[in-house]
Design a binder for this molecule. Sequence first.
Ligand SMILES: Nc1ncnc2c1ncn2[C@@H]1O[C@H](COP(=O)(O)OP(=O)(O)OP(=O)(O)O)[C@@H](O)[C@H]1O
Length: 829
Amino acid sequence: MSSKNLTRKRSPHDFVFKQELGHGSYSTVYKVFDKHSVNHVYAIKVCSKAHIIKENKVKYVTIEKNTLNLLARACHPGIVRLYYTFHDEENLYFVLDYASGGELLQLLHKMGRFSESWSLHFSCQLIDTIEFIHSKGIIHRDLKPENVLLNRFGRLMITDFGTAATPLNQQKQEDDQNESPRCSSFVGTAEYVSPELLLSNQCDFASDIWALGCIIFQFIMGVPPFRGKNELQTFEKIASLDYLWNNQHYSSNKIDPVIIKLVQKILVLNPQERLTLTNMKKDEWFDKVDWNNKDHIWRGIWQVSEPAYGSSNGVGNGINNGISSGSTNGSTGGFPPRQNLISNKPLHVIDTPIRSIPITKQKKKKPTKVSNTTSSIVEWRKKLGISLQQAQVPSSVPINNSKLVVPSPPLVPQPTSTYLRPAVSPRLMPSSTTPSPSVKRSTSQPSLSKAAPSHDDLYRPASSPDDPNITDHNSNSHNNNITVNTTTNNNYNDIHRPKTMVLKQDYVNIFEIPFKPDGPPMSLESYSKINNDIITELVSKFRPELKSFSKSPVLSTLFKDGTLSYKNDGFSKHMVNVGDPDLSMYDFEFYEQKNDGFLILEKYKYKIWFISLPTIPVTNGLGPIVNSDENWVDCFFRARQIMDEHKTVINKLKNVHLDEPFMALPSPIESRPSSSNVNDSIKESAAISRKTQISDKSVNTKTSTFTESTSQVVRNVSSPPSFGNGVKRNGQKNSPLTLQPPLSSPAMVNQSKKMGYRSPSSPIYVRSPTLSPQSQSMKKYAVPNNMVISSSRYEVLNALKQNSGTNVASSGASAAFKNLQKKKMNQHK
Ligand SMILES: Nc1ncnc2c1ncn2[C@@H]1O[C@H](COP(=O)(O)OP(=O)(O)OP(=O)(O)O)[C@@H](O)[C@H]1O
C-alpha cells in the first residue's frame, strides 16, 4: 500500500465487498478485501443511518465505536480490533478484524460441549481479555458465547461492545437528563444477566464475571446454567441460583469437582462475594497456567489437544481459507504476533458497488436480546414487587476499577446468612421475627409489607382470579410461566396435566424461612436427600417464633396437580409443587402431647416452610374448607401418588409389551387400587421410610439437643422423585385414591397418537374387541399377544409379518387382523 493510501481517509470504495457474514439489530456485516492490498481481509460492519435513527440505536453505535476505539490502541488479541471508521450519506462503516472461525457459540453447538482442556483454554483467554477490558474501565455487560468470535487459528475475540459501560458514555448518560427511559439501562441477555442487574439494576465489573461463570458452565455442559421456558423463568432461576450439573452426559468421566467448585464461587448472588478475576486466576483449575506466558495462553484452540469429540465434525470450517486477517497490519502490543497469512491463491474478486449493499432490516434472530429482556425484567420486577424507583437508585455504573458497593439483592437469600420472614402479615408477627442481626440489609430493601412480596408472589398476578374453585388454576400457573418446579426430570408437570382440583384446603399457619444451606457441590443427588441437620438447626433457632406464630392462619390449598399455595389478605401465593423432587417433607412433632405437629417443606436450595394447624379455630367463613378431615402429610403424599400414578400410566403407554399370551390392561374399575392396596403400599413405603430413618444417624443425634417439650423427629420423609411415603398421623386414615379418568382402548390409542409414540419398537397393544367368552372369563380385557394396533400401518403390517411368519401382511392390515383373530379363536376352542 502506498503511503498516500495509508494516510488518506478511507471510504467504502477502498474495499471489495464479498459475502454477508451476518446481521445484528442495527447492522449488517460483510467480509471485504482491501483493494489496495488484496491479501488483507476485514469484516465491515455497515450500519444504516436511517435505520439507526429510526430504531433509536444512536447510543449503541456511539458506545460501540468509542469503546472499540479505546480498546483498539492496545491491540489485545482477545478483542475484535477496529481499524477504520467512515461514513457516507447512507451508512456508517466499521472496519474490523475478520473472524473467520465464526461465533464461539457455533463451535460449541457443533461440539455439543467442550472438553476440559478446551474449556480451560478458552476460559484463560476470556479471563485475560476481560481483565484487560476491565483495566480500561470498561464493563462489557453482554458477555456470552455469541459475542465471542474466533479467528482462523481458533483464538477468541470478544465483540459487540454496543452495550458496554465506559467512562465516556456513562458520563454522557448522567449529564443528559433527557436520556432514554431508564429501562434502556437494562442490558444483556436473559441467560447471562446478573442477579444484581435483575434485582437492583446494579451493574459492575462483577456482572461480567457472573456472565463468565455462566459461560464456563456452558463450555462444560453445552448449555447455560440458567435457562427457563421463558425469560421470566430464567430470571427466577438466576435469582434462586437454580442450576444443575448433570453428570449424565458424562458416561465415564465425571465432571471435575474443581470446575464445579470454581463455578460455584463465581455464580454467587452477592456481587461482593463473587470471585474476582485476580482470585480466579489463582484457582486450582488454573494451577498449571502461567498467566505471564501470553504466547501459551493465546495459542489457537486447534493447537490444544484433546478436542472432546474429534475435529472431523466440521469444527473450524473456514479457518483454512488462505486469507489473512486484517490484523496482520497491527502490532500485537506484547502479545504473540499474529501469523502472516498471505495467501498465494488468486482471489476471485467481485466488486460489488457499495451503493447497492442492502441493509437488511433486522430479522430478530436473538429473541433474548436487549429490548425483550428489558421488558421482561421490568415485568419480572413488577411481579417481584421491586419498585422501579428502588431499582433505579444506583443508576450510575462505576467507571474505575474499584469494586462498587452494591446493596445485597433484596429478598434473595444470602449465601451465608439466614433471615426470617413471616408468611403472614408483618403486623401480626412477634417482634422476635425481625431479621436476624447477621443479615445485611440495604436501605433500598423493601419492607416486609405487601408492597414487597417475596419471590414466589410472582407466581400469580395479583389481578388474576386465583380461587381454585372458580379458575382453572392449572392454566393460570402455566400461563404465568413460572413454576417452582424447575428440575429436569420432572416432566409430568408439562405433559398431560390433569385439570386441577382441590385436594385439601384448610386454614394453617405458614412460616417461611429462606435459606441457602452450605453443602456439597451442586448435585441433585446430594440435595434431594433430606438434610436433617439444617432442619434441626433451624427449628432450634426459631423455636420461640415457631411456637408463637400461630396467630394469623392463612387459607392453604393443595391442588391435585401438586401445587401448594396459600391466600392471605386476598393475596395468593404459590409456594411449591409437592411433586418437585427437590422438595423434602418432614412431619415434625413439635408438641407431641397436643398433637400439634409441624409439617416442614424443605425446598432445595432456598426455602423452608413450616406449616401447622392453627391452635385457634378459624370461624371467619372466608371460603370453603374441604377435606379437612385428612391431614396434610397424607394429603401431600396423595397428591404425589396421583401424579405418580399418572406418570406411570403415561410411561406404560410408551412401551407396552406382551410377554405372555394374555395380559390384563387396566380397566376403569380395576385400575383403582382398593383401599387395602393403598394401605399396603403406604405400609410398604413407611417401612422403607423407617429404614431410612434408622440408617440416618443425624436424626437421632441432632434431635436429642431439643428440650423435653420437643419430641424427636418422628417422621422423616425424603422426597424420592417417584413415590410419596404415605406416612400416617395418629388415628387418621388415608382417603381412597382417585385416579385420572380411565384410559379405554381408543383413549389409549388417541393418547399414544397425541404423544407421538410411533416408533416401530413400541407399537401399542390393546385388547381385542372380539375375544371368545371363554377367554373373557379367563381374564378380563385379555388380548392375543399378536394383536397389534398402531397409528402406523407399516408397523402393523411389519409386526404381523414377523409374528406369523407368513406373508399374511401383504393382504393388508384388516385382512391380517381377521386372519389372526380366526387363528386365535381356533386355538381357544
Ligand atoms: N468481525 C467479524 N468477523 C466475522 N463475522 C462477524 C464479525 N462481526 C460480526 N460478525 C458476524 O456478523 C453478525 C452480526 O454482527 P453484529 O455485530 O452486527 O451484530 P450482533 O452483535 O450479532 O447483534 P447486535 O448488534 O444486535 O448485538 C454476528 O453474529 C457475526 O456472526
